[in-house]
Write a protein that binds this ligand. Structure first.
Ligand SMILES: CC(C)(COP(=O)(O)OP(=O)(O)OC[C@H]1O[C@@H](n2cnc3c(N)ncnc32)[C@H](O)[C@@H]1OP(=O)(O)O)[C@@H](O)C(=O)NCCC(=O)NCCS
Length: 215
């Protein structure tokens, strides 16, 4: 018999597991180490706002006492970005500086690629915050994918947002596989652009999709 999947609210004891999965899945499901050295900094950048400032909007999937995946959300993306810019960005930059990660050639190449991409593609994407104010990240550990866990997490989050009176949610992804997953969950493609910052690793540009769902 397949082990039971428990979808439940995030708790403080899950923080380390969430941070570990955030690092292990950062490059379209592959480890961040492929493009950046510095697990603490990557985990902070991807998950700190959610786990530390809005834990009530975060959910985990537990199997046999192990965290197999998470959905970390924010009811209002603009409010989340304000906290990120005002309270998280500077301490994170100083922490990164102190840890010496800017001395790594791999990291310098990635930072250079990001700056180049900024010049080529710009940073702006259309603003969907009014109709779809919430946002989230979802990641399932390798080995647990394709078993219905992502769908269960999404359903739980959407029910939570409905109860909270949030009219819609949107998210960005660079993964074609994840794009198909979101379509299968009733999300609509709102935008498609492209980014070049992984070209030195993947030898190609990646798509940048924004998907949304009204509730
Ligand atoms: C994308 C991801 C969250 C999906 O979660 P999952 O648990 O693997 O997906 P599920 O098993 O719940 O699939 C649910 C449905 O989506 C469909 N689906 C999932 N992956 C798909 C894919 N690559 N292509 C097409 N459909 C897909 C399934 O067929 C299933 O449909 P069904 O119910 O009709 O069978 C997960 O695979 C993942 O974390 N991948 C790596 C990291 C990533 O890309 N994260 C998203 C970044 S925003």
């Amino acid at each position: 018999m397949a082990p039971e999947v428990i979808i439940r609210k995030f708790q403080a004891k899950d923080r380390a597991a969430v941070r570990q999965i955030a690092y292990a899945t950062a490059l379209m499901g592959e480890p961040a180490g492929l493009f950046f050295q510095g697990q603490e900094v990557i985990s902070d950048a991807f998950s700190l706002y959610f786990t530390d400032y809005e834990p009530g909007s975060c959910f985990v999937a537990e199997i046999n006492d192990q965290i197999a995946g998470y959905l970390i959300g924010a009811k209002n993306k603009i409010a989340a970005e304000t906290i990120l810019n005002r309270q998280i960005a500077l301490p994170l930059f100083l922490k990164a500086l102190k840890s010496g990660i800017f001395l790594s050639l791999k990291n310098l190449i990635f930072i250079f690629s990001c700056l180049k991409d900024l010049l080529i593609n710009g940073i702006k994407t259309p603003d969907f915050n009014r109709a779809y104010p919430a946002t989230f990240h979802i990641n399932i550990k390798d080995g647990y994918r394709g078993k219905g866990i992502g769908a269960k997490l999404i359903n739980t989050y959407l029910e939570y947002l409905k109860i909270e009176g949030i009219p819609g949610t949107h998210l960005a992804t660079m993964s074609d596989r994840a794009a198909n997953f979101f379509l299968s969950q009733g999300f609509q493609q709102l935008y498609k652009g492209r980014r070049s910052y992984f070209r030195h690793i993947l030898r190609r540009d990646v798509p940048l999709y924004i998907f949304g769902k009204r509730l």
